[in-house]
Design a protein around this ligand. Structure first.
Ligand SMILES: [Zn+2]
Length: 297
């Protein structure tokens, strides 16, 4: 008996531990990652589209959005969906110089491609005026505003987004540009607007509140907080003061050397829980709000 007893205690402890680990295992079955980078790309990626789709499906994710800064991804999303059953895969186009900048025809083709997976139009990212000027490289940039008005082709782009129920994402625009463009896009009939990684664009708390009031949702990305964990407290403060209904979370993973997207989403959800974000809020951030933006359910 004296020898059996410690073994018995060990077994009980082991099974309790196992049960609680399983209970804590994050359920990803309704989680959507709106920001998935994968290869082929012109910068080093950790996996290709098919591998990213397979890993996301195996982890149980509901949907992913393939994002590339330089090429359209509606076709890639359709191919990935044909290869990997069991999750929704969307694509889009980022209006950088590689597709002609603010080019309505690039958006028309996004919509026209077979498979109907084209869903997101990102305003310029690496070629955005705000981004290029801040980086101080002197590179050519693509403006979205001129003399405080949107450039003419942007109104056409908004029109196509509205007609096809696409999602307008603000790319690397300045917060001031975002605030000016939201009402104009809404007026053109654009319903879903996402402010791309709002903290990376250096929006103030007041500007974030104004973006929320204007009817846009804001993206909080894991990549930035993974690199700079101090950012998590700022994320949590914004969620608590402005409201989880105005934000989504995404991984922005795919860089060579970083974990896969589903792992990123799990890490993000766990990290947010640790800074006081509750289950209801997490449901809005990772599940309901992204679904609304993509026109799911
Ligand atoms: Zn990204």
């Amino acid at each position: 008996m004296i020898k059996v007893f410690p073994a018995f205690i060990f077994l009980i402890t082991f099974f309790i531990g196992l049960a609680s680990t399983q209970a804590q295992e994050t359920d990803l079955s309704r989680v959507i990652d709106m920001h998935v980078h994968a290869g082929p790309d012109s910068r080093p990626r950790a996996m290709n589209d098919f591998e990213a789709a397979r890993m996301a499906r195996d982890a149980g994710l509901r949907a992913i959005v393939l994002k590339n800064h330089f090429t359209m991804t509606a076709d890639r999303a359709a191919l990935a969906m044909a290869q990997v059953e069991g999750l929704e895969i969307f694509g889009g186009v980022a209006l950088n110089r590689a597709v002609g900048g603010i080019n309505p025809e690039a958006v028309r083709q996004l919509v026209a491609f077979d498979g109907g997976r084209g869903k997101v139009v990102w305003l310029p990212t690496f070629d955005a005026e705000f981004y290029v000027k801040r980086a101080g490289t002197g590179d050519t940039y693509v403006s979205v505003m001129e003399n405080e008005s949107p450039v003419a082709d942007l109104l056409q782009v908004f029109q196509i987004i509205a007609e096809n129920s696409l999602l307008l994402a603000m790319g690397h625009s300045a917060p001031e540009e975002v605030l000016a463009l939201i009402p104009i896009a809404k007026q053109q009939g654009v319903e879903q607007i996402l402010v791309t990684h709002v903290f990376g664009q250096e929006a103030t708390a007041q500007q974030m509140q104004q973006m929320a009031d204007a009817g846009a949702k804001m993206e909080l990305d894991w990549l930035a907080a993974y690199t700079d964990p101090g950012l998590l407290r700022d994320y949590a403060a914004a969620i608590q003061s402005i409201g989880a209904e105005h934000f989504i979370i995404s991984s922005d993973f795919g860089q060579a050397g970083n974990p896969d997207h589903a792992t990123g989403m799990k890490q993000f959800i766990k990290a947010l829980t640790e800074v006081g974000i509750n289950q209801t809020q997490l449901g809005m951030l990772a599940e309901q709000n992204p679904a609304t933006l993509l026109g799911l359910d």
